[in-house]
Design a protein around this ligand. Structure first.
Ligand code: HEC
Length: 584
């Protein structure tokens, strides 16, 4: 069935603008935009990581300068140079096309139509009976893949559209599942840790039973065309996913994945008082109360949904947080305020908005610095003994700056310089550092991860992986503390197979330690996303460009080994670690 029909596409895209372009360019601008630009500039050009490219925003700008930006990129921002793909005429044509573009695609989220896309892939209850797992995640049958489901770490292989499950006590890849284009996030059900969920950018929500052998997918539903956020209620009853397109969120039963309610955001008021569609960005659950927080990216609001009440009403609507809301994390103050504050990045206003679940109002705006574009990823929240304060940190996308603030009080405590813009700051109980990537920095720097001391707030160590060797470096003296072989190897090809447990397709994992020939022209490793694993002993760092995940010792930063034969890994998620992190 065509998704457009299912989701009620109101009108087809207009071809008029494309035909009006002069010059010698043969580029299909709409297609190119969808493939290469939309991820940053938004499906309806309204901006996100990238700037607003709607005609109204571009009208006052010089077309030649805009074309030059496309060809050469823009220094110290995420805007890449496209001269390898665009000729001068292509760039000029693209600017014309953008300036004439009309939004004729109006999508509205419709619960009934989403419900029609629900698919059962395996019998959830039969699997639970045959392969019992207790509430603590211990497998109660012989021959399981792990002892406890919390030993499992998820990884996403972005460009291969795969979700992987890894035994994080050994680094062995257990299974690899087809779960929709560019899997974005995976989360677990904290009340029933055998159930896990993933959302792909292509709008596919999939539920897995990681307690059964082979971690089968058990159900899936198409919640939209472009999706990002995902959260599960701590009572284990509900899962909610957020869409960019059609704008809105879909709340489902966490045991069956059946959609129960749709929150349409196709007509909401934005910070300039205009009515229009808003994408849904960050979503979080909280241990603080029976709430989901849902951030409206373009409208600058956060909704608070109470899932304990009939029909799951919106019980709070906090406006004017900022422009272009993006990702979020919760504070981890010990005691009764644990998870009380929803900290949401506003990339259009360069701040973190602090929403209080208790008062259902804005508690503060933490300004992260001009053009800083905060992007916390999973974020970091820890107690600093020296200051006697709970601290929180985000990365900045445009330049290397980790911004640290206190909760409550909400004052900035420090900005720590790193080697370049980053996407993720991660920490855990068993590491003395917050680990910040520099993945949006220049290529000569995006192979570094900076380890910032949680007490002194200074960078102690740097992990730097070159084309042949990796190094752990003392940040102050520059001394190399450890060096390891980082030779890049070809992937061993495998063929898709059908699962025996579920109605899904799998890519078989390659046996540990096996790899193909040495890569002739190694690429610059691009490191991102540090995640504690193996009960805190290890930290996993994904390597986007080399197709492997590095395993490091959390206490020392020392390299241990690589998990190889993957395609563009961009994210890992340790079930055990996230059990203690609110809203994750
Ligand atoms: C990785 C993210 C990213 C991608 C992908 C991306 N851009 Fe950008 N783009 C940006 C950012 C960030 C800026 C804003 C830079 C700044 O702050 O000055 C920008 C700026 C621009 C501008 C200048 C806008 C202005 O108002 O000055 C144009 C034009 C543009 N992008 C076009 C494109 C096109 C066309 C593509 C696809 C071929 C593309 N971008 C892909 C991130 C991206």
């Amino acid at each position: 069935m065509k998704l457009n029909r299912i989701l009620g596409l109101a009108a087809a895209t207009s071809f008029v603008a494309t035909l009006a372009i002069a010059g010698t360019s043969n580029m299909d601008f709409a297609k190119m935009y969808e493939k290469e630009c939309q991820g940053c500039h938004g499906p309806i050009h309204q901006g996100g990581v990238g700037s607003d490219l709607r005609p109204k925003a571009l009208k006052k700008k010089n077309a030649e300068n805009l074309a030059a930006t496309i060809l050469h990129g823009r220094e110290n921002t995420a805007m890449p140079a496209w001269s390898a793909k665009f000729s001068k005429d292509d760039a000029a044509g693209m600017v014309n096309w953008l300036m004439d573009w009309k939004n004729t695609v109006e999508l509205k989220l419709d619960l009934e139509k989403v419900q029609q896309t629900w698919i059962k892939l395996a019998d959830v209850d039969a699997l639970a009976k045959k392969y019992p797992v207790d509430k603590n995640g211990n497998l109660k049958y012989k021959g399981g893949d792990v002892k406890n489901v919390k030993d499992i770490t998820f990884a996403t292989e972005r460009d291969a559209s795969l979700v992987d499950f890894i035994d994080s006590t050994t680094g062995k890849v257990l299974s690899r599942h087809k779960a929709g284009f560019a899997v974005h996030v995976t989360v677990t059900n904290k009340a029933e840790p055998r159930y896990a969920y993933s959302i792909s950018r292509s709008g596919r929500l999939t539920m897995f039973d990681i307690g059964a052998p082979g971690q089968p997918a058990v159900a899936s539903v198409q919640v939209g065309q472009e999706s990002r956020g995902l959260a599960v209620s701590p009572d284990g009853k509900y899962v909610i996913a957020g869409n960019y397109n059609p704008g809105g969120a879909v709340l489902c039963d966490a045991h069956t994945l059946k959609p129960l309610k749709a929150y349409d955001t196709s007509r909401v008021i934005d910070p300039d008082g205009q009515i229009g569609p808003s994408r849904v960005a960050g979503i979080a659950d909280t241990p603080y109360g029976p709430y989901f927080a849902v951030a409206l990216k373009d409208a600058g609001h956060t909704y608070i949904i109470d899932y304990s009440k009939p029909d799951f009403p919106i019980v709070g609507d906090i406006p004017n947080i900022g422009k272009i809301l993006h990702d979020c994390f919760l504070n981890e103050n010990k005691g009764e305020d644990f998870g009380r504050y929803f900290q949401i990045a506003s990339q259009g206003s360069d701040l973190m908005g602090i929403v209080d679940f208790k008062t259902k109002a804005l508690a503060a705006k933490v300004h992260t610095g001009k053009k800083s574009k905060p992007h916390p990823g999973q974020g970091s929240s820890w107690f600093n003994k020296k200051l006697g304060k709970q601290l929180n940190a985000t990365n900045s996308m445009n330049f290397g700056s980790v911004v640290i603030w206190e909760s409550p009080g909400w004052n900035i405590v420090k900005k720590v310089k790193t080697a370049g813009g980053g996407l993720f700051v991660g920490t855990g109980e068993d590491t003395p550092w917050i680990w910040s990537d520099c993945v949006l920095g220049k290529p000569d720097k995006y192979n570094e991860v900076h380890l910032i001391n949680k007490e002194t707030l200074e960078t102690d160590r740097i992990i730097k992986v070159g084309k042949a060797k990796g190094q752990l470096i003392d940040a102050k003296s520059g001394k190399v503390l450890q060096e390891w072989d980082a030779t890049q190897y070809e992937k061993i090809p495998v063929n898709e197979v059908a699962s025996k447990m579920s109605n899904e397709k799998l890519m078989p994992p390659v046996a540990e330690g096996k790899h193909g020939a040495k890569v002739k022209d190694p690429v610059q490793p691009r490191l991102l996303h540090a995640e504690p694993a193996n009960h805190g002993k290890w930290t996993m760092i994904s390597e986007w460009t080399t197709g492997r995940i590095g395993i490091y010792e959390s206490e020392t930063g020392k390299f241990i080994k690589y998990i190889e034969n993957l395609t563009t890994p961009t994210f890992t998620y340790s079930v055990e670690h996230r059990q203690h992190v609110p809203g994750a």
